[in-house]
Design a protein around this ligand. Sequence first.
Ligand code: COI
Length: 360
Amino acid sequence: MIDFDIRVSDRPLPDAERAEILATPGFGQHFTDHMITMRWSAAGGWHDGRLEPYGSFTLDPATLVFHYGQEFFEGMKAYRQSDGTIALFRPEANAERFNRSARRMEMPEIPVETFVRALELLVSQDRAWVPSTFGESLYLRPFMIATQRTLAFTQPSTSYLFCVIASPATAYFGGGTPRALTVWLSEDYSRAAPGGTGFAKAGGNYAGAYAASRQAVEQGCDQVVWLDSTERRWVEEMGGMNLFFGYGERVMTPSLTGTLLPGVTRDSLLTLAPRLGIEAEEGRISIGQWRKECESGVMTEAFACGTAAVMAPVGTVRGVAKQWLVGDGRPGPVTLRLREELLGIQYGRRPDPLSWVHPV
Ligand code: COI
């Protein structure tokens, strides 16, 4: 395993200022006192691993990442347990997805144990930044960028920077019982195409989503729902989250066709649901079916899920000249049961039979 040099900040944020931030952390607005960095070069592999004070990078304007977007990231959280200790949730699953993204982007993989060690070190150093309120957490953002200074587009970068930053977070869509979202069916744009980078957590997938998100907001919606880019018929996912559909005591989520992001929350819910007596399957659903099943009452609820958002019920679907309610438009009972179980495990309030909780 690659070792990390520890360089502790001599100017951490004063306790009172940190407490003020933790009182209303928001999402992605404030950052802790430290970060992890590690460099890769073709000659030396991974080296110079460090835990160091949080700070800016100086990069040449010709650095490859600025031009061709060779970059990807992860999203995960550290949770304050009911006994005051801190835990990560399935960090190996994020490490494996990180490496799948790396392979797709022609970037170097990081050994799973090194990736997990980096997270443990940062969370442990900045443990005072992990909120204590149930539902709040320390959001962790590992990412990798191409750092070669070149505009040549002949081959991938010959050097890379890995970094992990941490940010205290309230629930993405606000705390407490989640409100049901209104979602916008994007007819003008696609998120990912077969053979593309849809399954990787590449920044470009998110940059390309802003135009559709703006349309969603203009239509009074919270999020975009993406359809497949070939037939423009099959429901794939939402902006930055996977989707589940509920039929009484059964849930279904679109299969991982290569264009969807393989969410860790998605996978966790597929595993947890049957343990709660809820049938769970992967499948596919067209936009026409979604409407019909809601109007006939067959579909009783729907929700989105992701690390940042946890689980967000979907109450209303809106598109050009159409709109329908899912169930009664409010958070459904299966959504709330699954959410309670998942959060219960993540915060150490429920048994963890699958050993998903990783103490730090
Ligand atoms: C996450 O859920 O961790 C994500 O990366 C989504 C991001 C758009 C906030």
